[in-house]
Unconditional design. Structure first.
Length: 247
């Protein structure tokens, strides 16, 4: 694939799988993440470049995106995977937790998308993929701040899909379900009974396999397709990759 791609959040989980899938398909890839050690390791193993970057810093984001685009001789796609899960009952939510979720999950994509924009608009078939969650589309009891932050990035992406279409930039939102450390940390906070109930819920709710997907086999190949020109007529869409969860 003749594409130059930045993956934001490429150190772990789904982002790391995207780095591997895209380089495997022949794309030039730069991974950006605040987690330096795993970020460099994953990138090195996949033959990608790496730059440390905290998505909440406008300065770091613009500097890293400009450097990566310059190293690759341009930019065709930005895949913003980075995000955090925050939880807690809605009535107990603090300003601090709300702001942290919004900062990383909503302001982060806004900054990386803005930083990529001048590079992407130089091409005629560019794209942005932002990561949200089924929590943006359905109720997520116990995760109101997370849900609101993912709703924000979903609405932002829908709007830039229209605003930036005239610059040849497509923009879509991914709603994944994948077994990663984010999910593992969530499960680790549960009691044995809660874990069993959660596993049963997944068995009932996910027609394909009854559990979370595999980042490399189930999620990343779809991302590689969406970056490719095969998806050139797709924009502004919510794209769940979740085995049929919440159909
Ligand atoms: N795994 C799932 O089932 C699932 C479900 C719904 C949505 N999502 C979303 O998909 C995306 C990927 O999830 P994952 O499970 O691979 O998560 P993960 O925790 O495995 O990886 C997230 C990555 O984002 C990076 N990151 C976090 N904050 C950052 C910051 N401020 N600056 C730069 N990098 C930062 C982390 O270092 C990490 O490498 C996230 O946006 C998540 O909210 C995942």
């Amino acid at each position: 694939m003749d594409k130059r791609v930045i993956v934001v959040g490429g150190a772990n989980g789904v982002g790391a799988a995207c780095v591997r899938s895209l380089t495997g398909a022949g794309a030039s890839v730069f991974s950006l993440d605040m987690a330096e050690e795993p970020g460099r390791r994953v990138a090195e193993q996949a033959g990608a470049g790496f730059l440390p970057c905290d998505v909440t810093s406008r300065e770091q984001v613009f500097s890293a995106v400009d450097s990566a685009a310059s190293e690759m001789g341009g930019l065709d796609a930005l895949v913003h995977v980075a995000g955090i899960l925050v939880q807690g009952p809605a009535e107990e939510l603090t300003d601090e937790v709300w702001s942290r979720a919004m900062d990383i999950n909503a302001r982060g994509p806004m900054l990386t998308n803005q930083a990529a924009f001048p590079h992407l608009k130089k091409g005629d078939r560019s794209c942005i993929l932002n990561f949200a969650s089924s929590a943006a589309l359905t109720a997520y009891p116990g995760g109101a701040a997370y849900s609101a932050s993912k709703g924000a990035v979903t609405a932002w992406t829908r709007t830039i899909a229209v605003e930036w279409a005239r610059f040849g930039i497509r923009a879509n939102v991914i709603h994944p379900s994948a077994a990663t450390s984010m999910v593992e940390q969530h499960r680790n906070k549960m009691s044995d009974e809660e874990k069993a109930a959660y596993a049963e819920l997944m068995r009932q709710k996910v027609p394909l396999g009854g559990e979370f997907g595999d980042p490399d086999r189930d999620i990343a190949p779809v991302i590689t397709f969406l970056v490719s020109d095969g998806a050139r007529f797709m924009t502004g869409q919510n794209i769940p990759i979740n085995g049929g969860y919440y159909i």
